[in-house]
Design a protein. Sequence first.
Length: 255
Amino acid sequence: MSAPPSRSPNLACPPWRAAAGLLTLFAGLAGWNLLDNSITPDEPVYLGGGYAAWTRGEFALETRTPPLARLVCALPYLPLRPDLPDTPPGHLRLSYPLGLQFLFHNRYPAETLIRLGRLPVLLAGLALLALIWRWSASLWGEGGGLLSLALAALCPNLIAHSSLATKDILLCLAVVAAFRFLSQQRWTATGAALGAAVSTNFIGLALLPVFLVLWPRAGLGRGPSALRFLGGLVGVIGLAYGVTHLDLFWKGIQM
């Protein structure tokens, strides 16, 4: 009696394993930059200004850009409660000298504070890649999703900006999420993501005409769906400015 034919082992890698490998590669490359790169000129503004906004409500230190990115970058400082110097008077860009003093005259080493402030941006970069992967997979299958993920994971711009405590990756994540939620007709999430984009960089306002054009195509009417969209949009902007500082939003637009 002949033995049954042997089955060849399935050597295909499951999509989630390949995706996990690409995300790990991206995290390693961006993480290396996070640890190795020296501070950039913008980072003191985000780190010191963000922590001042959290602890003292000083949103007016930097009005040329919205506060959401600064608040996100300063999140790791909240449980540590590092020292925050007094706001230096009479300076055109108060958050910059404050940030330098905060980073380099603290009981925590400057390297520790800088690396902690960069960590939320690295996590945002991973979230952006995961969003790109799943959205592409829904359109083109798992192969297309992995190809998109591979291209994003090896993109020098994404790797570089995911290792800095600045607004660029957070803005990219908010914009991509807004269009993804729009395609899914998740109106509250669409408004919230668009509000996050506007609260990260005023250039996010340029998306409003685009959404007005896409509004009828996406099935967003004038009823409850529109109210949910506007509620998410206004709610996130209000939270980013601490509700009581919304006047700074209009002041920043005029600058």
